[in-house]
Design a protein around this ligand. Structure first.
Ligand SMILES: Cc1cc2nc3c(=O)[nH]c(=O)nc-3n(C[C@H](O)[C@H](O)[C@H](O)COP(=O)(O)OP(=O)(O)OC[C@H]3O[C@@H](n4cnc5c(N)ncnc54)[C@H](O)[C@@H]3O)c2cc1C
Length: 274
């Protein structure tokens, strides 16, 4: 049954400082960005929270700019903003590809990169890209700011190091040297949640990350090390099988996910070698 909205409270901050003060003084509050994930829980009547903080009007959180050779993406940058940004298209074509795979156009127009990160689903399509990019999540509270490496942001299934009084204000993505690769495998070619999603970079050292094969998005250090020392792809595939821990669920089976992940690894490596 849908959640009745009349007993719910929506706080409307005018500035980022207001929002952080509200989180500190009037919490617990659930932040809302594009609301594409949160609305699903309201629609299914599974949203336990009753008090929400609307970030959508905070223009301070918009914008995509250059920073130390990399990019800084404001928390309210949508998947459409990222696809349209000349900077992102030039520097991070695999992020453009990932954002183009998130739901349909309506979802991409509202859904944000930071929302995808904070939602902490292991199937989030942009997460493997941020993992191989060694991105940094910029968190701010009324007390100050801290920068958390993306690869240390998740602590378990849908769990992060973010505190209830903190917001993601930006994602920083360092410059990437090397060829970028992204592939999503779902039930159908578009508008499907991933069964397996992979991002990789072949540069000075190979970097690989997978989504939907473990409680969180994962980098594959054993695979990366094997490929870096010139091991045959079959050996790297065997290591991958040990490094991932997929589950059987409504979307797929663990065995299928492992096989597909190993196939994607081989496909990427063959294409990158050409
Ligand atoms: C029909 C449909 C299809 C979808 N398809 C896909 C898909 O193919 N791939 C995919 O990856 N996702 C998909 N999604 C999920 C969703 O669209 C994305 O995860 C999107 O990026 C979420 O962004 P948002 O701004 O809408 O987040 P919201 O729904 O506003 O928030 C999501 C979570 O993040 C928190 N949050 C948001 N912003 C911040 C912030 N700045 N600081 C701290 N916490 C924050 C919220 O409190 C909430 O817990 C789909 C959703 C729908 C409804």
């Amino acid at each position: 049954m849908k959640t009745a909205v009349t007993p719910l409270a929506l706080l409307q901050p005018g500035t980022l400082d207001d929002a952080l003060a509200m989180l500190r003084d009037e919490g617990p509050l659930v932040p809302l960005a594009g609301c594409t994930d949160v609305y699903v829980t309201l629609n299914f009547g599974t949203q336990p929270a009753a008090r929400f903080l609307n970030l959508w009007g905070l223009d301070e959180l918009r914008g995509i700019g250059e920073m130390d050779g990399g990019l800084r993406v404001g928390a309210l940058a949508t998947h459409t903003d990222l696809q349209r940004s000349p900077l992102v298209r030039e520097r991070l074509p695999f992020l453009v590809e990932a954002c183009g795979q998130v739901g349909g156009v309506q979802i991409q127009n509202r859904g944000t990169l930071a929302g995808n990160v904070a939602n902490a689903s292991p199937a989030g399509d942009t997460l493997p890209v941020l993992a191989v990019a060694d991105a940094v999540v910029v968190l701010r509270s009324a007390e100050g700011e801290r920068r958390v490496p993306f690869n240390g942001f998740y602590t378990g299934y849908r769990a992060t190091v973010m505190r209830p009084d903190e917001l993601i204000v930006a994602i920083e993505i360092p410059r990437i040297d090397g060829d970028q690769w992204f592939r999503k495998v779902g039930t159908r070619a578009a508008q499907a949640i991933s069964k397996v999603v992979m991002a990789a970079v072949r540069g000075d050292r190979p970097r690989v990350a997978l989504g939907s094969v473990a409680p969180t998005v994962v980098r594959l250090p054993g695979v990366e090390e094997a490929l870096a020392r010139g091991a045959p792809i079959e050996e790297a595939q065997r290591i991958l099988m040990q490094e991932v821990t997929p589950i059987d669920d409504i979307r797929s089976t663990a065995g299928y996910r492992k096989r597909v992940a190993a196939n994607l690894l081989a496909r990427w490596w063959a294409s990158a070698a050409m």
